[in-house]
Write a protein that binds this ligand. Structure first.
Ligand code: 13P
Ligand code: SF4
Length: 363
């Protein structure tokens, strides 16, 4: 079976890194708040949300304050597949998406009549940055015989150019399904997730060359050393991590699948190779267990805030207030583009429903 990785030449790799760094320079973390300031902002957000019939949809990697606020106000905390589904099914007039930009765009594409706000529009994703539509479209044009499957961590334009959108919760099943139909796949943008799926399914996949700056920093050498310190620990890893890390993992899965595994594995100690924002939920679902973050490359890492996505960290309470008060940071997707991007997104949601892929409890 073919598993061809598109190799970037050194010049374009350096250019990609420079672009990611440029975005990182703008990723300023929120300021620390005093207790009284925090409580005042929380009160103000709740009032604004009520008056605007707004619901908060937050990713597991965002600040624990936002995750708690989403749950307290009858909103939602979840992985990127569940966030998309919740946004579409919610009867709120306004969705506030706390996460990164592709999540807000997916919500808008699936609910064009709702107002979709984000605390910041600067919160992007290294995968989205490294898959610009012009280059991607040219790549697809070169391989017209392949079914185009893109990860949700992409722009609306890239989604509109695809046949299928998938998230890490459902990517394996979709690729298996396409393989059974004899289809060859062009996969973008995350090479680690793509290569994990290729190894697991044996599908014929041509891979785009991009990575998540957070997961790419998890290192197998450090992980092996950590396992000597915690020999009874289970290792749970997100499939955006490099192959050498996945080879050591006991469970590989999306954020929701990791949370479910934390509940069900018998081990009392659990090493986790994903963004440490997830620890809030992990500790809630399994308070008796000890969670340990997997080792990263340290100070030399590209992500600058190891094991925590610098863009997810930009979602703050103050930014939420500003957005709700002034309608700033509203997500707009061109109507025609949105209609085209809706097709592969909807295909993913339909596939999940038809195959009863209730991602909860799958790991
Ligand atoms: P999930 O779909 O597992 O939530 O992952 C989204 C993501 O951005 C991981 O880095
Ligand atoms: Fe993108 Fe990685 Fe951040 Fe997820 S953790 S949003 S893949 S940069």
């Amino acid at each position: 079976m073919a598993n061809i990785t598109v190799s970037s030449d050194m010049d374009s790799l350096a250019a990609d890194l420079a672009v990611v760094r440029e975005f990182l320079d703008r990723a300023t973390p929120p300021q620390e708040l005093s207790d009284s300031e925090r409580d005042r902002l929380l009160r103000q957000i709740k009032e604004l949300m009520q008056s605007r019939n707004a619901k908060l949809v937050a990713h597991y990697y965002t600040d624990s304050l936002l995750q708690d606020l989403a749950e307290e106000t009858d909103g939602f905390v979840g992985d990127s597949l569940e966030m998309a589904r919740y946004g579409r099914e919610s009867d709120a007039s306004v969705l506030i998406v706390a996460g990164v930009k592709f999540m807000g765009e997916s919500a808008k594409i699936l609910s064009p009549d709702k107002t979709v706000l984000m605390p910041t529009l600067e919160a992007t994703c290294s995968l989205d940055i490294a898959c610009p539509i012009d280059k991607f479209s040219a790549f697809c044009d070169q391989h017209p015989d392949r079914t185009v499957v893109v990860y949700a961590n992409t722009s609306a334009a890239v989604k509109a150019r695809s046949d299928w959108v998938v998230t890490s919760s459902i990517a394996l099943e979709v690729v298996e399904h396409l393989m059974e139909r004899g289809e060859k796949i062009l996969w973008a943008p995350d090479k680690h997730l793509g290569s994990y799926i290729q190894r697991t399914t044996g599908a014929d996949m041509l891979l785009w060359d991009a990575a998540c700056i957070v997961h790419e920093e998890f290192k197998s050498r450090g992980l092996k050393a950590m396992l000597q310190m915690y020999p009874d620990a289970a290792v749970l890893a997100h499939p955006e991590s490099p192959e050498a890390v996945l080879n050591i993992a006991d469970v590989i899965g999306s954020t929701t699948q990791i949370i479910n595994a934390a509940r069900t594995v018998p081990n009392e100690q659990i090493i986790v190779a994903t963004d440490k924002g997830i620890f809030h939920k992990l500790q809630q679902v399994a308070p008796e267990k000890q969670f340990i973050i997997a080792p990263t490359a340290g100070d030399d890492a590209t992500c600058r805030s190891c094991a925590h996505c610098p863009w997810m960290a930009m979602n703050s309470l103050q930014a939420m207030v500003d957005s709700l008060l002034n309608n700033t940071n509203e997500i707009h997707v061109d109507v025609e583009l949105g209609k085209r991007a809706m097709v592969p997104l909807q295909r993913m949601l339909d596939f999940a429903a038809e195959n009863a892929l209730r991602v909860k409890g799958k790991a």
